[in-house]
Design a protein around this ligand. Structure first.
Ligand SMILES: Nc1ncnc2c1ncn2[C@@H]1O[C@H](COP(=O)(O)OP(=O)(O)OP(=O)(O)O)[C@@H](O)[C@H]1O
Ligand SMILES: [Mg+2]
Length: 288
């Protein structure tokens, strides 16, 4: 049983009728030469559950970093939480932005830097200047939500990949952000933990949070999203709609490199069984 989740702040950061995020023609270029996003028009509304799909390198992580305020756009305009993003980067506004939005990075090693898991989970709440009691309560809640209370005193660098992922998610849950950005949160999780997280995402959404999740796992998309945004290999949005519509568009999924033509030709369902466990058919492959 996971800990109860506090509802998101009733009076949200934006006024009625205003999107939480409003990106117009947003471009992001790394180191002045590597184009990651090119002409992104995107509005995200409070309480939405959005999944970002796209092939490797299509810009999902970069877009999440923009939504978190880790980086600002190279071009175009962006408003976030009712403020211009240039203003968000500094001073009191910056602090508020980071209190409202939490990003779970794709790579947990970026998220975890303390001596123990508990220190990492407590870091955010301590930064917010909360009381010891409140920090303790939030840490217990976050560790329980990811079922890692037993890892609290372990050093993050000694954990397995999936344990690190769970710890990194807990370190963001403890902030209780209104907006939760998750970059491939189920990657490297075992099936039980994956569905624990899917359940948690549903409950976070039910408590009023806005969720944006980048994933490659199409099976969870209809459960965790009411909107799917697909980034193409040209680093633009090539589809934006309900999961049922987007996931039914096979030509689009192939074009976006989300399903493979060859596998599709054989039927996606036929390939959903665990190959590794099938010695009869794949014995030779397993030698490789
Ligand atoms: N730190 C960086 N410096 C330079 N280029 C980068 C950096 N990070 C990402 N890129 C480039 O920006 C583009 C978008 O990368 P991004 O990580 O946003 O893609 P992604 O959709 O998250 O991919 P994946 O599915 O592999 O996680 C890629 O071409 C990538 O090589
Ligand atoms: Mg990524």
């Amino acid at each position: 049983m996971t800990a109860g989740l506090q509802p998101a702040v009733a009076a949200g950061p934006v006024g009625p009728g205003e999107p939480l995020y409003d990106l117009r023609g947003v471009r992001y270029v790394y180191a002045g030469r590597q184009v990651a996003l090119d002409g992104i028009d995107l509005q995200i509304w409070p309480g939405e559950r959005v999944v970002l799909l796209g092939a490797n390198g299509s810009g999902k992580s970069t877009l999440l970093k923009l939504l978190d305020g880790v980086v600002g756009p190279t071009g175009g305009t962006m408003r976030a939480l009712g403020r211009d993003v240039a203003a968000v980067a500094q001073g009191e506004d910056g602090f508020r932005f980071h209190r409202e939005v939490g990003l779970v990075f794709q790579d947990p090693d970026i998220q975890l830097f303390s001596a123990t898991v508990l220190d990492d989970v407590a870091f955010g709440p301590l930064q917010l200047g909360l009381s010891q009691e409140e920090v303790k309560q939030r840490c217990e809640e976050a560790l329980a939500a990811m079922e890692i209370a037993h890892l609290a005193d372990r050093a993050p660098f000694e954990l397995s990949g999936g344990e690190k992922k769970r710890a990194s998610i807990a370190s963001v849950l403890s902030l209780r952000p209104d907006v939760l950005l998750l970059d491939e949160p189920t990657a490297s999780l075992d099936p039980r933990t994956k569905w624990l997280l899917v359940d948690l995402i549903q409950r976070l959404s039910a408590s009023g949070r806005t969720l944006v999740v980048a994933t490659h796992e199409l099976d969870i998309v209809p459960i965790i999203a009411d909107r799917v945004v697909v980034l193409g290999e040209d680093r633009r949005i090539i589809a934006d709609g309900p999961p049922a519509t987007v996931l039914a568009d096979t030509a689009l999924l192939v074009r976006a490199n989300l399903i493979h033509e060859h596998l599709h030709g054989h039927g996606a369902v036929a390939h959903s069984h665990p190959h590794e466990a099938d010695d009869t058919h794949h014995g030779a492959d397993r030698e490789a």
